[in-house]
Design a protein around this ligand. Sequence first.
Ligand code: ADP
Ligand code: MG
Length: 250
Amino acid sequence: MKSGEVIVSVQDLYKSFGPKKVHQGVSFDVHDGEILALFGGSGTGKSVVLRSMIGLEKPDSGKIMFEGRDIARLGEDDLIDIRRKIGYVFQNGALFDSMSVEDNLAYPLIEHTKLTKEQIHARIGEMLDLIGMKGSEKLLPASLSGGMQKRVGAARAIILEPKVILYDEPTAGLDPYNTHRLLELMKKIQGRGTKNAAIFVTHDIPAAFEVADRIAILYLGKIHTIDTTENIKNSKDPFVRSFISGEENR
Ligand SMILES: Nc1ncnc2c1ncn2[C@@H]1O[C@H](COP(=O)(O)OP(=O)(O)O)[C@@H](O)[C@H]1O
Ligand SMILES: [Mg+2]
């Protein structure tokens, strides 16, 4: 297990939408260098956790500590800085439909950096290499396969070299081959020198077993279990067993 320093500390989050209680004391830490998989049935609040980590949702109470600040209490100006440092890979890739692959990737660099045209071009070249899509610069998202769109979405989320990457069901809807490519990309990103951490929300238990260092299970508004992937795989706990065999994971 990797046991780096704590990068993000999620502390006792509560969140309701009207009468619906979603989070009822969610707490976990993300450590430097790790991929933490987050499991939970559909509608248990996994996306709301990720969205809260970049300030797109406000918890009713609780803290999300990152670099000495509580993300849950920041205003929009400070959140711009947070969103450079915490990248979000949306489920569908969330590309701009009318922009080419190249322009999609250039967008965060133009918005957030003072890089020159040449530097931006070089950066995009590196990213396309990383995702195995050299030569796709001029293509529009609609002409890409689902797997390619997700890889470009991942590239866009990491192009500013965020400290933390949040993956929201990145393999959903992908066939086994494209799932494999995306998981390989996640591992490659994680191993790229810059120290970083990731949270990988997924229903895909074999995928999590392949890439995650630790696994957390969100159940009834709380983190029911959090442990190393090895311990989760070998757990004798009946809840964990039924969860990873798929019975609870709906
Ligand atoms: N903006 C919102 N307004 C009202 N209800 C919401 C909102 N966002 C999420 N919810 C509800 O919160 C629960 C958790 O949502 P979500 O985090 O998207 O679940 P999942 O674990 O499937 O990602 C769901 O019941 C969802 O309907
Ligand atoms: Mg979700």
